[in-house]
Design a protein around this ligand. Structure first.
Ligand code: SAM
Length: 213
């Protein structure tokens, strides 16, 4: 796992992943996250500087955002969001008890396979029968973060995949770059779920954690 110091280095300059001005990303996330988070209490893992907390999770009843980078958390706190509270911690050490929904947006692929297993087991244990929203690039990490691998892990651990959503088009091979651009036209993002599997870069999974017996 990368450490707080590693992530603080990323955050030496604000917005290291250039997400705060990506209106397309916000639009796509808003569409698929909203039905799950509206009026709910949400635990947002790896919340970074609080961009999605502000842009998307403002519609949640309450949000607790956790990030390992204290630099990012200081920026998130300075947003003074009325429905949110932020904590700097390793999410593998935080309590998952007491929330309607856990969201792990674009942060789980930094974990090793073992750590990811530990995270899912912790969700199963402390968030039993409730919703987990998890996203990441399913192409770059073919071996560790592929659709097949993730679905296998989810079902082995008893998670029920409710739905998955494509979030973006991969720009490799170069021929798919055209589609990656076209999909950004107004309303075209609604076609994302029809794009062939091999062209998808990021995917969001909505899962129900297994129920305790
Ligand atoms: C690519 S950023 C995504 C930020 C935000 N979720 C978004 O999608 O806009 C990944 C974030 O995960 C955080 N992160 C990674 N591993 C973590 C861990 N074990 N505990 C808490 N935060 C972690 C990083 O510090 C970073 O802020």
């Amino acid at each position: 796992m990368r450490t707080a110091a590693d992530f603080n280095l990323y955050y030496a300059a604000p917005d290291p992943w250039h997400i705060s001005h990506s209106r397309f990303r916000d639009k796509v996330f808003r569409r698929c996250l909203m039905p799950f988070i509206r009026d709910k209490s949400v635990l947002e893992l790896g919340c970074g500087e609080g961009h999605l907390t502000q842009a998307i999770f403002s519609k949640a009843r309450s949000v607790v955002g956790i990030d390992i980078s204290d630099v990012a958390i200081a920026r998130a706190k300075s947003l003074n969001l009325p429905n949110a509270r932020f904590e700097s911690a390793d999410f593998l050490q935080a309590s998952f008890e007491g929330y309607d929904v856990i969201a792990a947006i674009d942060c789980v692929y930094y974990l090793s396979l073992q750590e990811r297993g530990a995270l899912l087991e912790k969700v199963a244990e402390e968030h039993s029968g409730k919703i987990l929203l998890l996203s990441g690039p399913i192409v770059d990490y073919r071996r560790h973060f592929s659709h097949k691998r993730l679905m296998h892990e989810f079902t082995t651990l008893g998670f029920a995949p409710l739905k998955f959503y494509n979030l973006s088009v991969y720009w490799h091979p170069p021929s798919s770059r055209i589609i990656a651009h076209l999909i950004k036209l107004p309303l075209a993002h609604t076609l994302l779920d029809w794009i062939p599997e091999s062209m998808i870069y990021q995917r969001l999974y909505a899962l129900r954690a297994p129920k305790h017996h």
